[in-house]
Design a protein around this ligand. Structure first.
Ligand code: DUC
Ligand code: ZN
Ligand code: ZN
Length: 500
């Protein structure tokens, strides 16, 4: 068998990382980036395969740390239209090489380890991209809290998500404090869904009493103040537990953004995530004829144009460390498991409070933000790849192109001369969901090749998805390394209630 110096060379690309834009060639061997060399110098290298990027951008693979697949009906009714297989297939077609999904623990389940084991079964052998899990903690039982040590030390699960809303998941403030304390002791990073569930349930009852059931009232039931209040409370609870690091997920509201920014400015370890739906959709998208608005029902709901601007600014100025998809797909035209489960003779245009909450987006995240031209490309790479890897304990294996260290997870984009100028349609996507909320939207570029650990898994012009579902690996993650956040926690010492 012929032996090659390199498995793969990408030549004539403009490499964009979180810190630089520069032309160089990239060589790959044994699944790793092994060499960065002057542009064009490796064009004739002894390599099994050479990809000529023809002057297109070359970036680290996307890292999407907020992806829901095959979870039970915890966000109202319905169940996920994507499996690990179809969700990760969609991911690679959109330039995403790593996802972190959720291992959901329903309230009826006292153990987190058991929730994790069940999720492993669903994902193993069924993933086109590499993957990890966050625990989704629905029941912070004594047993669950004690298991956090094993999860972080042995299982490579170093983050969890908790909810301030949803009957099936909502935690009381005292439960949130217990989770934060144990998470702090075990270097587990806590993600918080900040919406005040009691208030939104009350508002929902008020709307229903007035017979206001259409999808658009989802947004009336969850006004911005309810996100801002819960965000403020989450920050207060974190500060009570000696400033335990938290991340506010899927932030949509300027009020919440301002509160986060203030906390960051005062030195608190408060991190935030936003998502494409808060940059590209508005509440008007919930107000389409008939039941169509249900396609954009997610929580928090998309806001207004001015809010979109605030969110773009927050990405630019670093308030938001990460841009995730919150891919949480339900079929639209499906009365058994999808959005239409809430339609009945009594509610012919549905009942907003029973519409499954969530939208698909793992495939469109990178193309939308890359093409928008609203952020420097280095910032795009930072928020879609490098920071997620740092925040969730995957860096520098993921989210970077560091020779000898980083996995060869790479996206090659089309060069100017070959830009596809696409209009997004659901038929071109690779999820198993029957719609995209971005139907008809124009994007100026798309991943031409997606490479995962040195292997081309997406070749848009020659076969499309060319990877396979047995290639994705489970990633055991370490503690977060963003901003040295756990060093700061250690310097502060353990939580001491007597010091309050
Ligand atoms: N929160 C999520 O993070 N995803 C879908 C539903 C929700 O409320
Ligand atoms: Zn959420
Ligand atoms: Zn989510």
């Amino acid at each position: 068998m012929e032996s090659y110096k390199y498995d793969l060379v990408i030549t004539n690309g403009i490499c964009v990382t979180a810190s630089d834009i520069a032309s160089y060639d990239v060589a790959v061997k044994d699944e790793k980036v092994v060499l960065l060399a002057p542009s064009g110098s490796l064009a004739k290298a002894n390599a099994r395969r050479v990809i000529d990027a023809e002057g297109g951008y070359v970036t680290p693979g996307g890292v999407d740390c907020h992806v829901h697949l095959e979870e039970p009906a915890l966000f109202g009714r319905g169940s996920s239209s994507d499996t690990y297989e179809t969700g990760t297939r969609s991911a690679i077609a959109g330039g995403c090489t790593t996802i972190v999904g959720f291992a959901p623990q329903p309230k009826s389940e006292p153990s987190l380890l058991s929730a994790l084991a069940q999720t492993h079964v669903r994902a193993r052998g069924n993933s086109y991209c590499d993957y990890g899990f966050h625990l989704l903690v629905g029941n912070p039982s004594q047993q669950a809290l004690e298991e956090l040590e094993t999860l972080s030390r042995d299982e490579g699960v170093t983050s969890l998500k908790i909810y301030m809303t949803y009957t099936a998941l909502q935690l009381r403030d005292d439960q949130i404090l217990s989770v934060l304390l144990k998470a702090r002791q075990n270097k587990i990073f806590t993600m918080i869904h900040a919406e005040n569930g009691d208030v939104l349930n009350w508002l929902t009852d008020q709307l229903e009493a007035q017979k206001l059931f259409d999808p658009k009232y989802h947004s009336h039931s969850r006004p911005p103040i309810l996100e801002a209040e819960a965000t403020n409370r989450a920050i207060a609870l974190s500060s009570l537990i000696s400033n335990t690091p938290i991340l506010l997920v899927h932030v949509s509201d300027p009020g919440a953004t301002l509160r986060i920014r203030q906390a960051q400015t005062s030195g608190q370890p408060i991190y935030a995530e936003t998502c494409p739906q808060y940059l590209f959709l508005t509440r008007d998208d919930l107000d389409h004829p008939g039941f169509e608005g249900a396609k954009c029902v997610c929580s928090p709901p998309p806001r207004d144009k001015a809010s979109q601007e605030t969110i773009w600014t927050g990405l630019r100025n670093g308030t938001f460390a990460v841009l995730s998809s919150d891919h949480c797909p339900f079929n639209y035209d499906d009365a058994e498991k999808g959005k239409k489960t809430c339609i009945s003779d009594e509610f012919p245009v549905g009942r907003f409070k029973e519409i499954p909450n969530g939208i698909p987006g793992v495939e469109t995240r990178l193309p939308l933000v890359f093409s928008a031209g609203r952020l420097p490309l280095t910032k795009v790479v930072e928020v879609v790849s490098t920071n997620p890897a740092k925040l969730y304990g995957l860096y520098p294996r993921k989210g970077a192109l560091i020779p000898g260290v980083s996995d060869a997870d790479i996206v090659v984009w089309y060069p100017e001369s070959k830009k596809p100028n696409l209009t997004i349609t659901n038929s071109m996507l690779h999820h198993a969901t029957d719609y995209t909320p971005y139907e008809g939207r124009k994007v100026g570029n798309w991943p031409r090749y997606t490479i995962l650990r040195g292997k081309v898994v997406w070749d848009r012009d020659n076969g499309g998805v060319v990877g396979d579902k047995s290639y994705g690996q489970f990633l055991k993650r370490g503690p977060s390394t963003l901003d040295g956040l756990w060093e700061t926690v250690e310097e502060q010492g353990p939580f001491d209630v007597a010091s309050l």
